[in-house]
Design a protein around this ligand. Structure first.
Ligand code: SF4
Ligand code: SF4
Length: 96
């Protein structure tokens, strides 16, 4: 399942998508993000039948992703976003 966290405003769409079919709850994305966008929950708020932990975007962060992520991008010295690079399962994507 694709879990979308974020918002759109006049300047664009600012969503982080976590593919929960790929996410194994490893937690690598949590320390990789310098501003604490991610957390891993034991229970998936979108899928009560899920047995394993899953990453989500933290509550207050999802309303200001454009600003939280701005220092990470775009940066030619940093070819991959830290969160995307940290996720060996390829579960994290950004809309912008
Ligand atoms: S690094 Fe990827 S697989 Fe691991 S918890 Fe984060 S999103 Fe899930
Ligand atoms: S782009 Fe940077 S600030 Fe945004 S979620 Fe990824 S690691 Fe965190």
């Amino acid at each position: 399942m694709l879990a979308n966290y974020g918002y759109k405003d006049a300047s664009g769409d600012f969503f982080i998508t976590i593919d929960t079919d790929k996410c194994d709850g490893c937690g690598n994305c949590v320390p990789a993000c310098p501003v604490g966008v991610f957390e891993v929950l034991d229970e998936d708020p979108n899928d009560p039948m899920r047995d394993e932990p899953v990453a989500v975007v933290s509550g207050e962060k999802k309303k200001k992703l454009k600003y939280e992520c701005n220092p990470c991008k775009p940066d030619s010295d940093r070819p991959a976003l830290p969160c995307v690079a940290a996720c060996g399962e390829g579960a994290i994507s950004h809309s912008w």
